[in-house]
Design a protein around this ligand. Structure first.
Ligand SMILES: [Zn+2]
Ligand SMILES: [Zn+2]
Length: 444
């Protein structure tokens, strides 16, 4: 017998889960819009070269973790493992450099990586991120970092730490690479197989190797900070000064290198420890060579990305979880066959007026229908029996006070609206104090 199960590393998000997702998605959209970032949506799959170019063909992501396949026309296609490469490809392909700069974008959606699944790590993962393309001003680096800081704080992640570094430019990297090769030459044979090949191709990434990062020679390796050119040194100092202006606390981590090849200058990671070992919850940096790498003009960029699954774990560890807001205000009970037709029309009218409403379709007893209304959290039950239908009325029962009255069918919706409006106003007054008068428009 075939067994139908989801692929390893994927998740079914049931309605009990999606409330939390929708909350975070709404928070991200609201905050990014406040900072004047607009949403971009690029394809979930791209030509494989986009990620080889944009992520770097020596990275773990490109070498080991991509979902790459041949399509029916034998083209190599890859499910996107991250968001920046596609965004920058789109920026160049759609000639966005011809308009006002900088371009400030945000994105959100599924990404795919063939990794070993574990807590907070999935093969279909979800990331939100921002990109600013077109300016090298360190104020923008600081803005992007402050936005990341604000977002995490806003959604209730409490115990995080910001680490920043400058990974320099191509000039500083040549100097740093030389220093690194000299330093590591005596111990190459002691490093893992990956690092032996990195020694030839991209020795910088040895510093980030999960196997070798505690090797004594790796621990004492010269940092990029020691090799920064004058321009990069000035830029990094300015980023730090602006972060101080913005009261964003950080620590400089001179050995931080990013897992993606395209970063230049500013690199940063928000680390978070709510579920034990400190791990990255949001990370980003500057990528001044990426736009040109995609055949566009020589324009700088800076951005960040964060993972939703990790964020949800961190919130859960802090006792935060958004609740399902889907709840009927009114519940219609049709008792007897003559009540069926008026009950569907009544439901339609309630909903048309904006009243969240539902009904029982199982034809059960009055008692069990009332129980259902209670369980769903309905405030009002509207009872329609054969008798009531004959008299053209309904019984409207307040499920909290247990008061009930008979109302003409034509007036039921108005009666329910009258019960609900004071509650809506009270909630609005709490959310937007001092703004009560404006809400009258919305409730008509
Ligand atoms: Zn430099
Ligand atoms: Zn290694």
């Amino acid at each position: 017998m075939a067994e139908y199960v989801k692929p390893r590393g994927t998740a079914d998000l049931l309605p009990v889960d999606t409330a939390e997702w929708q909350y975070l998605e709404a928070q991200a959209r609201e905050l990014f819009s406040l900072y004047q970032y607009r949403e971009v949506r690029t394809p979930i799959f791209e030509h494989t070269e986009v990620f080889e170019r944009g992520v770097g063909d020596t990275t773990d992501i490109v070498q080991k973790e991509m979902y790459t396949f041949r399509d029916r026309a034998d083209r190599s296609i890859t499910l996107r493992p991250e968001g920046t490469a596609g965004a920058v490809r789109a920026f160049v392909e759609q000639k966005q450099y011809g308009g006002p700069l900088p371009v400030k974008w945000f994105y959100y959606g599924p990404m795919f990586r063939y990794e070993k699944p574990q807590a907070g790590r999935f093969r279909q993962l979800h990331q939100y991120g921002v990109e600013v393309i077109g300016v090298d001003d360190p104020r923008v680096d600081a803005e992007v970092i402050e936005l990341g800081h604000r977002f995490l704080s806003t959604v209730g992640v409490k115990s995080f730490r910001l680490e920043i570094n400058s990974v320099g430019c191509s000039t500083c990297r040549v100097a740093h690479k030389e220093a690194l090769l000299t330093h590591l030459a005596p111990v190459v044979q002691e490093l893992c197989a990956d690092c032996q090949s990195r020694y030839e191709k991209n020795p910088l990434r040895i510093l980030d190797c999960k196997v070798d990062r505690d090797h004594p020679r790796v621990l004492t390796a010269p940092t990029i900070t020691d090799s920064l050119c004058e321009d990069c040194r000035v830029h990094f100092a300015a980023v730090r000064a602006y972060l101080d202006d913005l009261d964003v606390p950080y620590v400089v981590n001179p050995i931080m290198v990013r897992g993606l090849d395209y970063y230049t200058r500013t690199a940063f990671e928000f680390m978070e420890d709510s579920i034990g070992a400190m791990s990255t919850i949001l990370a980003g940096g500057r990528y001044n060579q990426l736009v040109a790498g995609f055949g566009g003009p020589d324009l700088p960029g800076v951005g960040f990305a964060g993972g939703m699954e990790r964020l949800i774990l961190a919130r859960a560890a802090n006792g935060e979880r958004a609740e399902d807001g889907v709840q009927p205000f009114a519940f219609v009970l049709a008792l007897g066959s003559a009540a069926k037709s008026p009950s569907v029309r009544l439901l339609q009218s309630l909903r048309a007026t904006g009243i969240p409403a539902d009904a029982d379709y199982l034809g059960r007893s009055l008692k069990s229908q009332l129980k259902t209304a209670d369980r769903l959290g309905a405030r009002v039950a509207i009872l329609l029996g054969d008798d009531e239908v004959l008299r053209g009325v309904a019984t409207v029962r307040d499920l909290q006070t247990k008061e009930q009255r008979t109302v003409s069918l034509a007036d039921v919706v108005a009666a329910v609206v009258a019960m609900r409006d004071p509650l809506v106003k009270a909630v609005d007054a709490e959310r937007f104090p001092g703004n009560e008068t404006n809400n009258q428009e919305g409730s008509q």
